[in-house]
Ligand binder design. Structure first.
Ligand code: ASP
Length: 341
């Protein structure tokens, strides 16, 4: 049987309630470790030989890139010791960021599958056990070897580079609006709808104590650019701007962006949640042609949250502005260019 390591980080999948001193029930908090999560799903024994690691016990909003650099190092050690796949259980609030960070940090062809639950174990219809079983079934499937980190939720398989959390409470909260789900699980069999190229960039030598802060801002109607001007002054190592539509900002914001972009990398993403930033369509001041011509870096198909992860790790690996631009170009090459020119 294949060997799979299950790492637990906390989150809803691990959350239960305990009565307080007066016997009243408070809200749920992360309490179950990887061993308990695995024990609750006896069907796992038919799929893989499991080793469990309770790595963190926190809500996923408390995770940091440092935690993920340390987790990636531990995952790599397990792979070196012969584990054939890894499953990470955690809170769903930040899965879209953590899974992409692991995509960028873990080398080699073996799968890292991230899962969680929308309904905690005290609720009827809690989805954690089914998600964990499906994640392990995907972790032992060879079909996607080398394609990068994966998110499994609600019997759907998503590529970490595309997936987003799109609902506060539905078990069907995870969507990949640009590419669609990568696959699904039926009767325990993972099915992949298309081949996914590996990411062209990996950061295996990032030190967890050298990750600079990166700001993420969203363009809004009537934006006055005051926050953009503060980003450099506050010492951020870079900015990701979720701009309107295909990558547009109000014309009067351009000088502040250009000024900042001459000092630190400024990445242009879209606030729409789907599609790619444009390159050559709109010619108005503040549109994508203007901004890219002034040195801003295109996020391409990465949304703002994922662009921020890539920019943070690139800076932590010592990249300057041209190297950051190249990292974004490489990651975007991992959607195969289907044009003939
Ligand atoms: N607040 C939880 C978290 O840790 C939510 C969840 O797991 O669904 O992300």
């Amino acid at each position: 049987m294949p060997r799979v390591a299950v790492f637990s980080l906390g989150g809803t999948i691990a959350s239960t309630s305990t009565p307080d001193e007066r016997g009243a029930a408070g809200g749920v908090t992360p309490r179950l470790g990887a061993g308990q999560l695995v024990e609750a799903v006896p069907q796992l024994r038919d799929v893989a030989e499991l080793e469990t690691v309770s790595f963190r016990q926190i809500p996923s909003g408390d995770l940091t890139l440092r935690d993920l650099v340390d987790l990636a190092a531990e995952i790599t050690r397990r792979f070196d010791r012969g584990v054939s796949g890894v499953v990470v259980t955690q809170g769903t609030d930040t899965i879209e960021e953590t899974s992409f960070a692991l995509d960028l940090l873990v080398r080699g062809p073996r799968p890292v599958v991230v899962t969680g639950a929308m309904r905690n174990p005290t609720l009827p219809g809690s989805d954690g056990p089914a998600n964990l079983l499906a994640a392990v079934q995907v972790a032992v499937a060879p079909a996607h070897a080398g394609s990068g980190a994966i998110v499994v939720m609600n019997d759907e398989i998503h590529a970490a580079r595309f997936v987003r959390k799109t609902h506060t409470s539905s078990p069907a909260a995870f969507r990949s609006s640009t590419a669609g789900p990568w696959g699904w699980i039926v009767e325990g069999r993972p099915r992949f709808a298309f081949r996914l190229p590996a990411l062209g960039t990996r950061f295996s030598s990032v030190c967890s104590d050298r990750i600079p802060a990166v700001a993420l801002l969203t363009s809004t109607l009537g934006d006055d650019a005051r926050l953009i001007a503060q980003v450099g002054k506050l010492g951020y190592g870079g900015l990701v701007l979720e701009a309107f539509g295909g990558g547009h900002v109000p014309a009067h914001v351009v000088p502040a962006l250009q000024d900042l972009g001459e000092r630190v990398p400024v990445v242009l993403a879209s606030r729409t949640g789907g599609g790619e930033t444009l390159q050559k369509t709109y010619g108005s001041p503040g549109a994508e042609r203007d901004l890219l011509g002034r040195g801003l870096i295109a996020a391409g198909f990465l949304d703002g949250l994922k662009a921020r992860i890539l920019l943070s790790l690139a800076l932590a690996a010592g990249a300057d502005i041209p190297a950051v631009r190249e990292a974004f170009r490489q990651v975007n090459m991992s959607a195969v260019d289907g044009s003939c020119t």
